[in-house]
Design a protein around this ligand. Structure first.
Ligand code: NAP
Ligand code: GDD
Length: 342
């Protein structure tokens, strides 16, 4: 990093789970961070409120801009204005089940949004390093273990849109010499995970059930296997990819495999409850086509970036349950003990 001026980074999707952790990481490294947020009729900045800075404060280094990935001219204007050193494209309609309900919108944002951003970089005449949030969902039906050489076989409109973004990122690297990389991240979770993804849906329900505020939890396919890691560790991998001297693509994963059923067991067990007494099936949570098993091989990230995961799924479930119990405003274990024995 230059001694004279801080590096400038753009984060699209800064209000999401990963965007919020990445913003913290870059601010801690002295970056000037420009976050793109979309206009909403209700507040959508809850995950970054703790790092928010008053625009009138001297030397503030987190600057928020209204920008939507469906608005190409806005992207050009901002790229030109900000002149970034690094761009992290994290914005997406990121919910797989929802992508079956809104396939066209998902294609527009999660697929075409990436080309709008890449073209905005060219139109603005800037040459930042570019990170694309690619996904293990692209592997879809191809059996594990999956690495950078594994063929894609997406099983959802979301997965198909991410494959487009993956290839257009590679194409711009090859066609225009852009330092553009794909991070192919396997599922990663945290207390900031959106409430309709399976892990957070479970841990929120566990906290509420333990507190006597809920009695049932309706779920879909419990046999699906995922490789769940811890989101703050994964944003570190994103940053390392853009600091490396070679632009290339990386799988980021823990290499461990657990089913949704396992995650239910870890989470309920943590508060001393038996999940089978509370969980019921609802077919509305099934997908028209399912991804049965994702287990990543992150050897390349380990070798080239020195990145290794520390928090694995059983511990992750405990971290998330503890956070959801705390968020209910009860005094964790003492309260839970009384509920469990009731
Ligand atoms: P997330 O929590 O759903 O965040 C998505 C972000 O994109 C939010 O800030 C959202 O804004 C923003 N966004 C949505 N539509 C937009 C639009 N049209 N224009 C501008 N911004 C828009 O997702 P995440 O878990 O942090 O994941 C970050 C990225 O990594 C996503 O691209 C996701 O597909 C990808 N990914 C995630 C995982 C994972 O396991 N978490 C794994 C692989 C890849 P609002 O806050 O206003 O909704
Ligand atoms: N959401 C949800 N809700 N999933 C359920 C439920 C339920 O009630 N019951 C079972 N599942 C199963 C899903 O069918 C899927 O097999 C698995 O739990 C995980 O679902 P999600 O947590 O919604 O995540 P995902 O794997 O579909 O997608 C996430 O990971 C991708 C990386 O592989 C998202 O974060 C994507 O954006 C990301 O790219």
């Amino acid at each position: 990093m230059s001694n004279l001026s801080p590096k400038r980074a753009i984060i699209t999707g800064i209000t999401g789970q990963d965007g919020s952790y990445l913003a913290e990481l870059l601010l801690s490294k002295g970056y000037e961070v420009h976050g793109f947020i979309r206009r909403s009729s209700s507040f959508n900045t809850g995950r970054i409120d703790h790092v928010y800075q008053e625009p009138h404060a001297p030397n503030h280094n987190l600057i928020l801009h209204f920008a939507d990935l469906t608005d190409a001219s806005r992207l050009v204007t901002l790229l030109n204005e900000i002149q970034p050193d690094e761009v992290y494209n994290l914005a997406a309609q990121s919910h797989v089940r929802v992508s079956f309900d809104e396939p066209e919108y998902t294609g527009d944002v999660t697929g075409l949004g990436t080309i709008r951003l890449l073209e905005a970089i060219r139109a603005a005449g800037v040459s930042p390093r570019f990170y694309q949030a690619s996904s293990s969902e692209m592997f879809g039906a191809t059996p594990p273990p999956q690495n950078e050489e594994t063929p894609f076989y997406p099983r959802s409109p979301y997965g198909v849109a991410k494959v487009y973004s993956y290839w257009i990122t590679r194409n711009y690297r090859e066609a225009y010499g852009l330092f553009a990389v794909n991070g192919i991240l396997f599922n990663h979770e945290s207390p900031r995970r959106g409430g309709t993804f399976v892990t957070r849906k479970i841990t929120r329900a566990v906290a509420r059930i333990a507190a006597g505020q809920q009695s049932e939890l309706y779920m879909g396919n419990l046999d699906a296997v995922r490789d769940w890691g811890y989101a703050p560790e994964y944003v570190e991998a994103m940053w390392r990819m853009l600091q490396h001297d070679e632009p290339t693509d990386y799988v980021v994963a823990t290499g461990t495999a657990y089913s949704v059923r396992d995650f239910l067991q870890f989470s309920f067990e943590h508060v001393g409850l038996d999940w089978e007494k509370f969980v019921k099936f609802d077919e509305r949570y099934l997908r028209p086509t399912e991804v049965d098993s994702l287990i990543g091989d992150a050897s390349k990230a380990k070798d080239k970036l020195g990145w290794t995961p520390k928090i694995l799924t059983p511990r992750l479930a405990q971290i998330m349950v503890d956070a959801d119990v705390a968020a209910l405003g009860v005094e964790g274990s003492r309260f839970i003990d009384s509920v469990v024995t009731a």
